[in-house]
Design a protein around this ligand. Structure first.
Ligand code: COA
Length: 193
């Protein structure tokens, strides 16, 4: 059992996740700028401000404190070799004690290759290794079918759907809460050969 998720996680598909630092501000700002049309329907923060390097620097400067307070761990997903940026993943404790939420977005050119599913799987496993964490959660709007496909593919259970105010233009407000529990992860259902 660990007390925090690892700083770096190697994935099988020649990619890796690592905590983001202030030095990544330019990379994130550029990736958001290149991906704005792809992000806008689903991410409330996807606007001109998020394409600004100084804005991203300020956000990332806060990360060490957020990690110390065990609030949030922000990872970049990078390709091994050329270290090109593929997407952004976060682990957040905002859903209450014992639960870690995974958030994600991919660069517009990095989709449809399984990168997000593999990174979410690695973070699910890493999260359930943390002392005191019993449940992993992915929250997405019902209309965001590409996002919902990820927990579905990973064997998460749809725990509930709640109506909440729409935050981004593509959303319906019907919000899905997908969960994977430590007990279920230890005892996966038997599969037929
Ligand atoms: C949500 C989001 C990350 C999903 O991206 P994605 O490309 O669908 O997810 P993955 O990288 O896991 O790729 C899965 C797709 O690659 C395919 N794929 C190809 N090779 C694969 C492989 N080796 N392994 C797994 N899947 C593979 C899968 O079949 C799947 O396609 P399908 O749904 O047509 O079957 C992306 O759409 C995004 O960034 N959206 C905007 C931001 C957003 O909505 N974030 C979530 C808010 S809740």
């Amino acid at each position: 059992m660990s007390i925090s998720p690892p700083e770096r996680i190697e994935l099988e598909d020649d990619t890796y996740l690592r905590w983001m630092t202030v030095d990544d501000a330019g990379t994130i700002a550029r990736a958001v700028g290149e991906s704005l049309d792809h992000l806008k329907p689903w991410m409330p923060w996807a606007d001109a401000q998020s394409t600004d390097v100084e804005f991203q620097r300020g956000r990332l400067r806060n990360q060490p404190h957020q990690r110390e307070r065990a609030e949030e761990w922000q990872y970049g997903l990078f390709r091994t070799g050329d270290d090109s940026f593929l997407g952004s993943f976060g682990l957040m404790t905002r859903r209450g004690p014992g639960t870690l939420e995974i958030g994600y977005w991919l660069h517009v050119d990095a989709g449809n290759r399984g990168h997000a599913t593999k990174a979410a799987l690695a973070l699910t496993e890493a999260g359930l290794q943390i002392k005191g964490i019993e449940r992993m959660m992915i929250v997405c709007d019902e209309a965001n079918v590409r996002s919902a496909a990820i927990p579905k593919r990973l064997g998460y259970t749809l725990q509930r759907v709640e109506q909440r105010p729409r935050e981004a233009p593509g959303e319906t407000g019907r919000t899905q809460f997908w969960v994977a529990d430590r007990i279920a992860a230890r005892n996966p259902p038997a599969t037929t050969p």
